[in-house]
Design a binder for this molecule. Structure first.
Ligand code: HAM
Length: 448
């Protein structure tokens, strides 16, 4: 029996379809207001870090790094509910576990929290910390204002002496001085919460009579946080402020004496300062001394950007749940200081790529040996460069010249076989052959 095979149906040719368009995905971009810290910025930050660390340690401050995340309530209680930072600028969110957390906008409240949490009240007082930490503030991005910035800061907790207020302003100014950045400390006293409350009433009474001249923002300040009116840069404010009552006239006697002592110490320490009756600072925890450090510059845009700020904060620890504990400190903005350093001392960047010795190689055997020689020199603390992936000696010598090397070590096939290396004087071009085992010694001799 024969069966008839039914022919397989011919594949139906579909009309040619346009291939589905691949969605072009944009590569992820920086979040607005955030920045990558890259060269040429690093040598200036590194220099600042090196000097800041030395200064803080010399003055007996110990390092601390608190976590980036803190309970949101810490800043509400510490920095203050009616401040720009808490009202508008915090990166806050709820974790999947339902905790309300905030990326620290400043370092003083977290360090005070740590002081309490670790029972540091039982240590000899004052307890002194320094930090180099990133801070997060959702500010309107503009020059010198970033949503993530770094601060070098010091905090001195557990002592009310006026010399310590002066020491904070001194350290902030001294670091800038060591870096060659001329600066001036603007300083004021805002007294105790009680004397400030009296002053606040006087200020409100004064500005009420001028209400019709105030901007909408300033009207809000008058209601919610009248001291901030003294910070206002709105048109017409300068003239009004000049007639307004001044906080120094409302200080209690003890705060006045304290302030006079701080100024005397600053005179003694040679810190240039200027009394600024309008300086109140944007954080609620301050008492008595407040200060800001400004660069001295002929460019008004540069001169108005504070490089740092600080003061005494005797009420903060109590506000966050501890016993009344006097304290003072400051923070310097790393990005702002690094930018200023770059303007003043641009050559610093070139120095960071400078090398004394360059190791060059010829051929694969030479490359292996060059790798070992480079590592031996580097480990001995000799500033050495190499471009191990390059073959042509000409290209290698160009790099050697660029990094300012005074000596080049050259290892080729012959030197590998002989167990030697060539040392070349990059200026005169003279060369000598040395035992490769003694290369570190030989180079050290030449660098002396
Ligand atoms: P602050 O004045 O808010 O004080 O900040 C200190 C410094 O950090 C400023 O003078 C500025 O140089 C820099 N800075 C602040 N915000 C930014 C930003 N968005 N972008 C770039 N730089 C910025 C405090 O934070 C206090 N915790 C200082 C302190 C310590 N008071 C007592 N102890």
């Amino acid at each position: 029996m024969t069966t008839k095979k039914t022919p397989a149906p011919a594949a139906v040719k579909k009309p040619a379809e346009a291939a589905p368009k691949k969605k072009v995905q944009q590569p992820p971009q920086l979040v607005r207001g955030m920045r990558d810290v890259m060269n040429p910025e690093w040598p200036y930050r590194d220099k600042m870090y090196e000097e800041a660390k030395r200064l803080a340690e010399d003055y007996g401050y110990e390092r601390i790094e608190t976590p980036i995340l803190e309970e949101t309530s810490l800043f509400i209680r510490g920095v203050g509910k009616v401040t720009d930072i808490v009202e508008k600028e915090m990166f806050s969110f709820e974790t999947s576990g339902g905790e309300k957390v905030t990326m620290r906008p400043e370092g003083t409240s977290p360090i005070s929290r740590a002081y309490l949490q670790h029972g540091m009240v039982n240590r000899p007082q004052p307890v002194k910390f320094w930090y180099w930490s990133s801070m997060f503030r959702h500010e309107r991005p503009q020059s010198g204002r970033y949503r993530e910035h770094t601060q070098w800061g010091c905090e001195c907790i557990g002592d009310a002496s006026s010399i310590l207020d002066a020491q904070q302003a001194f350290l902030a100014w001294k670091l800038l001085d060591v870096l060659g950045i001329p600066s001036i400390v603007h300083i004021n006293s805002i007294g105790t919460p009680e004397s400030r409350a009296n002053y606040r009433d006087a200020l409100v009474a004064f500005f009420r009579t001028k209400r019709h001249k105030l901007s909408e923002d300033d009207k809000k300040r008058l209601l919610k946080n009248p001291l901030r009116l003294l910070d206002s840069k709105e048109p017409g404010m300068e003239e009004m402020k000049a007639e307004a009552p001044q906080i120094v006239d409302w200080l209690d006697e003890a705060s006045k004496t304290h302030f006079m002592q701080v100024l005397e110490y600053l005179d003694e320490m040679g810190v240039p300062y200027q009394l600024n009756p309008y300086l109140v600072r944007g954080l609620d925890y301050y008492t008595r001394t407040v200060f800001e450090v400004f660069p001295v510059s002929e460019d008004p845009e540069v001169a108005k950007l504070a490089l740092g700020g600080g003061g005494r904060y005797d009420i903060l620890i109590e506000q966050i749940g501890g016993k009344p504990t006097p304290a003072c400190g400051f923070g310097l903005g790393v990005e702002r200081v690094a930018a200023r350093l770059r303007e003043i001392n641009p050559a610093l960047a070139d120095k960071s790529s400078e090398r004394d010795v360059f190791v060059a190689q010829l051929g694969d055997q030479g490359r292996k040996k060059a790798f070992a020689i480079f590592e031996a020199l580097r480990a001995d603390g000799i500033r050495t460069a190499a471009t191990l992936s390059k073959d042509a000696i000409k290209a290698q010598m160009e790099v050697a010249n660029k990094c300012g090397a005074k000596w080049a070590i050259i290892v080729g096939q012959k030197e590998v076989l002989d167990g030697t290396a060539i040392i070349r004087d990059m200026d005169s071009g003279t060369q000598e052959t040395v035992d490769s085992k003694k290369i570190v010694q030989e180079v050290r001799k030449k660098l002396k």
